[in-house]
Design a binder for this molecule. Sequence first.
Ligand code: GLU
Length: 439
Amino acid sequence: MVAPIVRFAPSPTGLLHVGNIRAALFNWLFAKRHGGAFILRLDDTDRMRSKPEYEAAIERDLQWLGLDWRRKEKQSDRLAHYDAARDRLVAAGRLYPCYETPEELEFRRKRLLAQGRPPVYDRAALKLSDADRTRLEGEGRRPHWRFRLAAEEVRWDDLVRGPQHIDEASQSDPVLVRADGTYLYSFTSVVDDIAFAITHVIRGEDHVTNSGVQIQMFQALGAPVPTFAHLPLMVDATGGGLSKRTGSLAVADLRERGVEALAICALLARLGTADPVEPVTSLDALVATVDFARVGRAAARFSEEELAQLNARTLHILPYEAVRARLADDLGEAFWLAVRGNLTTLADASGWADVVRGPIEPKIEDAGFLAEAASKLPPEPWDDTTWKAFTSTLDRKGRALFHPLRLALTARETGPEMARLLPLIGRAKVEARLRGLKA
Ligand code: GLU
């Protein structure tokens, strides 16, 4: 395959959430897998709703997730390109001015519906003469511009959905330029996809209906049509849509709640595919398996519970080097390997650092037994074999042996393997805790 060029094109009108991250991730993984380029395009032509702080948040979230881009473009910087493409479509007779007000259009729509006919725009504006237009503009009307659809069935082979066809003969000619001169996304997106030589448009299923119109635009502008891959939408446990407004599923919020970037990516890469959801220690592990043929057609069911579980499973396999810089209490590799299997979030490691470092108030279940144990502690140096050697000198077995020791040494009912914790706590503190002293 020629190196693909793909883009992720969020509008900076809100925070990234799991729904749009899935599209970003598939674009990124696909580019990586095939040695291609991933472009970040900010669809910020809506000047009212686009905000610099959302732009910054999008970049921060993508960086945090590890989804780096080769090139960044902002649509607001590219208006001259849209003007030029608009002029070409006008010259080719594919873009025409319309003067109907929203009220007039609504009236016609209702009339058609009342007659039992599809509410398709009747192209009345195409019949206007130059004199009509001059008169309308003289009345103060500003035109909006519609793309004249070719009356044909548009076909494409979607990498996820298979062969698709949309009959454009039954659609209204879409407005591409508003009366205030601003452009609609469907148009600017095509102009940019052409300019950046995008080979694959990978996006959510909510854009399927745009694709037929956009394919006609690529053709009208004399450009090759990219390959499309429309990912099924994600739904929550009840089957409801994951709306952008679900703040709790914003990447920034998940990050604040201690969810690992790798857990988010591992879940979103596999959700709704034929492959099982598995924890990974790097994004590279996901690259090799990204394959649109393995993405199912049904909506992918997202569950926060599954994400939380995957988060824990991710931490349980992460090597020390992967977390070192983020540990609030870095007690070294042996500490990390001892506690990682007991973490739900990385922040939990601090609780175990407190246990190791002390002082803690030991919980004494059987003072006599613990005092005897204290007297049998071997001399240091200690290592992972010390626990076994030590406990085999004590005259108890099973829970009666281990439970009072764990309670005294950690003040907790459960936790990491004592064999790993013991040398980390060290002889002085172990002895003091067994004797019931705060240490
Ligand atoms: N700005 C569009 C969106 O966020 C981009 C869609 C596309 O990828 O073409 O939905």
